[in-house]
Design a protein around this ligand. Structure first.
Ligand SMILES: *[C@@H]1O[C@H](CO)[C@@H](O)[C@H](O)[C@H]1NC(C)=O
Ligand SMILES: *[C@@H]1O[C@H](CO)[C@@H](O)[C@H](O)[C@H]1NC(C)=O
Ligand SMILES: *[C@@H]1O[C@H](CO)[C@@H](O)[C@H](O)[C@H]1NC(C)=O
Ligand SMILES: *[C@@H]1O[C@H](CO)[C@@H](O)[C@H](O)[C@H]1NC(C)=O
Ligand SMILES: *[C@@H]1O[C@H](CO)[C@@H](O)[C@H](O)[C@H]1NC(C)=O
Ligand SMILES: *[C@@H]1O[C@H](CO)[C@@H](O)[C@H](O)[C@H]1NC(C)=O
Ligand SMILES: *[C@@H]1O[C@H](CO)[C@@H](O)[C@H](O)[C@H]1NC(C)=O
Ligand SMILES: *[C@@H]1O[C@H](CO)[C@@H](O)[C@H](O)[C@H]1NC(C)=O
Ligand SMILES: *[C@@H]1O[C@H](CO)[C@@H](O)[C@H](O)[C@H]1NC(C)=O
Ligand SMILES: *[C@@H]1O[C@H](CO)[C@@H](O)[C@H](O)[C@H]1NC(C)=O
Ligand SMILES: *[C@@H]1O[C@H](CO)[C@@H](O)[C@H](O)[C@H]1NC(C)=O
Ligand SMILES: *[C@@H]1O[C@H](CO)[C@@H](O)[C@H](O)[C@H]1NC(C)=O
Length: 851
């Protein structure tokens, strides 16, 4: 046997013996190293960080406190270099707490478009608005909650309980936002699936479910280059998400090779060392919501992080890594240099022009809000997404589209304008008028809101249609009187959801039930009893129980319009009148009861301070559960009607893995990282780390300095632990590059089919590809491809799906890797998860046989 090249032998031996095996010897914090899309940013960040002092570094990791500056979160700055603090602002559907911004459709509507183009365009439009207000980090998009339970209060902020659809939407949104010079923040990482007990609940989950379901869209986010990820409020397996060595260090930063920074949800940081050593990079808002007296104002980092570094409890490499990650994200999205970003020109805390720059300390009065109009022409895109996300669930007797009806009666509070304006209810937490977004921190202020009533009245005027519009949710006799003689009666209803800090009608964020609110079901029944052309329009956070309306002969059409944002009424009118042929597809399953969904929301706990919840249903949520349990839904995942019809034919599969030299079942990614690096030398003297003489601190502002010159630093005598060890780490088998082993994303099959418009009007079909991976442990089928195909009448187009290695793999918890199991696999192409039009056996990769 030929000897190994001499340079390899010693390296292998010494490195391997010194290396930390992250799986068997703890879950240490991996350090940023650049890689796929990050190299240039990483080089710039290293250089920038090398020139910083200890307190300047700490400044960039810690927020200045709640309402201490103008954004919902602002870090300390580096005045010496003219570098202002980072401005972080909510939320996933537009800018919260300001003015002259757009209110975009919610994530759940974007999921319903199944359109990569619209996902990307919305991301770009939002990114440009955040950029122009001077915001550095947009706190969105959301893939957590994914939607384990349909009542989940914040499901609508994300895209769908299907991880594939959500993953595509996350990646497109992130690329869109970051192309405009704004860092996106994928949140909430991870398993924050309900609002009840979100600050204390501990979730038990098996490793396979974590990978195949909840982590999946975060992997897509990391691969798309997301700059930041927000750890969530809940615990996973007993440890808080923001101090969780398994989910953050091992999975996110090692396996997924995330190179950006982890920021805490507001108040989700618990301890100085627990967070620093287990992967947190930025603490928000930096101080507690109720600051305490003293030099640190109750902050967990700031001066306490400086102390911990000086003691040696937090190694310099870990602090440097935090700041390198933050700055690398910054350089990654910035086309110019760090002096060229726009200034912040709004205040979250002040609607008028003048106010305090530092509201928490009531200091620095001046012009804090310049009313910069950042909306551009985004209204057109918002209207388009609003229309194209509408899911037509029922359309009998060709009730729709409307053709100059003699009379229209619009019925229900959910169709109306709020006389006090669309932002009358704080955090959008009410149902006083039409609902076009959920409530809580995932909201934006509406610049205006086109109600359905306003839009339909304008349309009626053009057509010479007699028009009536009434609130009438509780006065059923009045509703019936209006509906009785109308050519068409359009009934509006809502079911609202949001974040736990506001309670609406006894719903603490999560919905208490799956029925309509505000007497909505009774209203629909009352109207349908007297009008045989009743159209139902729903603005709901997710599914509601509606099988009675589906079966009712007088309910001729049902449309789910979700949370469409500021152009709500216009987008709806476009679909009702056929200017836009409906193409939305349901991004979730509609059950006949809450029990149909299998997984349960935890509403009560024996010990509310320490509730636990086990995700025993595994990967079987939403349609995966309905199929496994043999439950017929009212409408299935992926379902939606059109005003035309489509034909499917010619399924073809081409395999691409002929040249594959690895074992087809498993790819091993081996090797070692470099040891951790430090950047610059820290001046560890006390005098270098206290405020400069004459500096005037304003309480409760959070600073990076030690409390004073008399502070005592007792050097740590603790032994080096996995968490503080900066030696080489092993690259995990599934890791190696942002998003995981790049070979997971190799295309193994191209699948094509022909789609034909067989009707008489133009329309867009959403063909969907489902894969059956085989075996009891896998769902009947999982979504692994979709497209939006616009077709003129009679036109045929080819749709192409690409299946990657990851798409046909399962997670092996023993080998800690993705593997193609040898169960026979099938592909299905259809117009929904139940309406399969074409199918075929997937050929086994070379060297494998299906058994
Ligand atoms: C993760 O951290 C917890 C708490 O600090 C610790 O008990 C546990 O041993 C760590 N796990 C590993 C594998 O290091
Ligand atoms: C830290 O940031 C604060 C707020 O921006 C600033 O006042 C202070 O001077 C900064 N400290 C250092 C050491 O740069
Ligand atoms: C940043 O860009 C501006 C304008 O392009 C330029 O004048 C300045 O020198 C640059 N600064 C650095 C630090 O590169
Ligand atoms: C935001 O305000 C700053 C001044 O504070 C100004 O320089 C900048 O141009 C403004 N941005 C826009 C887009 O008007
Ligand atoms: C919402 O409507 C209720 C009555 O239905 C009223 O009491 C409340 O003041 C309204 N809220 C706002 C913010 O307009
Ligand atoms: C409805 O039609 C009935 C019978 O055609 C008629 O008697 C009644 O006056 C009409 N009601 C309204 C409100 O137009
Ligand atoms: C479900 O909750 C809504 C909102 O709180 C309420 O209006 C409705 O009456 C509830 N439904 C049932 C059946 O209790
Ligand atoms: C349907 O509407 C008609 C009025 O157009 C009414 O007479 C009939 O009872 C309704 N049917 C049902 C099942 O409510
Ligand atoms: C609906 O009711 C109208 C009269 O109100 C009647 O002319 C029409 O035939 C009915 N349509 C159906 C499908 O029953
Ligand atoms: C440190 O000095 C400050 C005044 O500068 C004083 O308030 C504080 O009590 C001193 N702390 C200790 C531990 O001596
Ligand atoms: C998972 O990996 C282990 C260790 O490599 C192997 O023994 C086992 O067969 C794998 N499980 C499956 C289901 O392939
Ligand atoms: C698969 O396609 C064949 C016809 O090619 C059909 O008979 C069969 O029912 C289909 N299976 C499914 C599950 O759609």
């Amino acid at each position: 046997m030929a000897p190994l090249p001499s340079f390899l032998v010693p390296l292998l031996i010494t490195a391997a013996s010194a290396a930390i095996d992250p799986f068997t010897s703890g879950f240490p914090s991996p350090w940023a190293v650049g890689g796929l899309g990050w190299d240039e940013a990483y080089t710039k960040a290293k250089e920038f960080v090398s020139g910083l002092t200890l307190v300047e570094k700490v400044n960039l990791t810690t927020g200045t406190g709640w309402e201490a500056d103008r954004c919902v979160g602002v870090t300390g700055s580096v005045p010496r270099l003219g570098f202002r603090g980072f401005c972080l602002q909510d939320g996933p559907l537009g800018i919260r707490y300001t003015d002259h911004n757009s209110a975009f459709p919610a994530g759940i509507n974007v999921g319903a478009t199944f359109s990569r183009r619209l996902m990307r365009l919305r991301g770009e439009a939002m990114g440009s608005e955040f950029h122009d207000k001077g915001i550095d980090v947009q706190l969105g998009p959301a893939a957590g909650p994914l939607g384990r339970v349909p009542q989940g209060g914040r499901n609508w902020e994300g895209f769908s309980p299907d991880p594939y659809l959500t993953g595509v939407a996350m990646a497109e949104t992130i690329k869109g936002i970051q192309s405009k010079g704004v860092i996106a923040c994928a949140k909430h990482y991870i398993l924050n699936e309900q609002e009840h007990f979100r600050n204390s609940i501990s979730v038990k989950i098996d490793d396979r479910t974590l990978h195949e379901l909840y982590l999946w869209p975060f992997a897509d986010s990391v691969r798309a280059g997301v700059g930041s990820i927000m750890c969530s409020y809940n615990k996973i397996e007993g440890l808080y998400s923001c101090e969780n060595n398994w989910t953050t260090n091992y999975i996110l930063k090692n396996e997924l090779s995330f190179q950006g920074f982890v920021v805490s949800d507001w108040g989700a940081q618990k301890t100085t060392l627990g967070s620093a050593l287990n992967g947190l990079d930025m603490a928000m808002p930096g101080g507690p919501f109720s600051p305490t007296p003293g030099p640190y104002s109750g902050a967990i980092w700031g001066g306490l992080l400086t102390e911990a570094v000086l003691r040696g409890d937090v190694p310099q490499w870990r602090l440097d890594d935090m700041v390198v990650r933050i700055m690398a994200s910054y350089f990654k999205v910035h086309t110019g240099n760090y002096t060229t970003r726009p200034d912040i020109n709004f205040s979250s805390w002040e609607k008028k022009a003048e106010g305090y720059f530092h509201p928490s300390s009531k200091s620095s009065w001046g012009v804090v809000n310049e009313f910069v109009d950042v909306q551009r022409n985004h209204a057109a895109l918002i209207r388009e997404i609003g229309a194209k996300s509408i899911v037509l669930l029922k359309n009998s007797n060709s009730a729709l589209p409307l053709r100059k009806p003699a009379s229209v009666a619009v019925i229900g509070r959910d169709a109306q304008d709020d006389p006090l304006g669309p932002n009358a209810c704080v955090e959008r937490a009410c149902i006083n008028a039409t609902v076009a977004m959920g409530w809580g921190s995932g909201t934006a202020e509406y610049p205006y809101l086109i109600s359905p009533s306003t839009a339909l009245k304008a349309r009626a005027a053009v057509d010479g249609t007699a028009f009536t519009s009434i609130v009438g949710n509780w006065d059923l006799a009045q509703a019936q009187a209006a509906a009785r003689n109308a050519s068409v009666a359009i009934v509006f209803a809502t079911a609202h959801a949001g974040e736990d800090f506001v309670d609406v009608d006894g719903n603490k964020g999560d919905r208490n039930n799956l029925t309509l609110w505000d007497n909505g079901d009774a209203l629909i029944r009352a109207v349908a009893a007297v009008n045989n052309n009743t159209v139902v329009v729903l603005h709901t956070a997710g599914p509601v129980v509606l099988d009675y309306a589906k079966a009712h002969p007088n309910v001729t059409a049902i449309l789910w319009a979700g949370y469409p944002g500021q152009e709500s009424g216009n987008g709806l009118a476009d679909v009702l009148y056929g200017d836009v042929n409906p193409q939305g597809r349901s991004p979730f399953t509609w059950g006949k009861s809450v029990e149909d969904y299998g997984a349960e929301l935890l509403f009560t706990a024996p010990d509310p301070r320490n509730p636990t919840q086990s995700f025993d249903e595994g990967v079987f949520i939403d349609y995966r559960h309905f199929q496994k349990a043999g439950i017929a839904p009212t409408w299935e995942f992926g379902f939606g009607l059109s005003y035309t019809t489509f034909d499917y034919s010619g399924l073809k599969i081409v395999s691409h893995n002929g040249e594959d030299t690895l074992t087809p079942t498993q790819m091993i990614n081996e090797g070692l990282t470099e040891p951790a690096s430090t950047f610059g030398t820290l001046n560890r003297s006390i005098s270098a780390n206290i405020p400069p003489a004459g500096f005037n601190k304003i309480w409760p502002y959070v600073y990076p300095w030690l409390s004073g010159s008399n502070v005592t630093i007792v050097p740590s005598t603790a032994a080096v632990t996995p968490a503080t060890n900066g030696s080489e780490q092993r690259v995990l088998p599934a890791g190696g590059a942002p998003g995981g082993n790049p070979r997971l994303y190799e295309v193994m099959y191209t699948i094509t089919a022909e789609i034909k418009n067989t009707g008489t009007v133009p329309g867009t079909e959403i063909p969907q590809l489902y894969v059956q991976l085989g075996g009891e442990e896998n769902p009947w089928g999982v979504l692994r491809g979709f497209d939006d195909v616009a077709l003129a009448p009679g036109e045929t187009k080819m749709v192409k799906f690409e299946l990657t290695r990851r798409d046909i793999s399962n997670w092996n918890t023993t080998s800690q890797n993705w593997e193609i199991w040898s169960k026979p696999k099938f592909v299905f192409v259809g117009s929904s998860s139940n309406r399969i039009r074409l199918n075929a056996t997937l050929p086994a990769p070379p060297g494998m046989v299906w058994v």
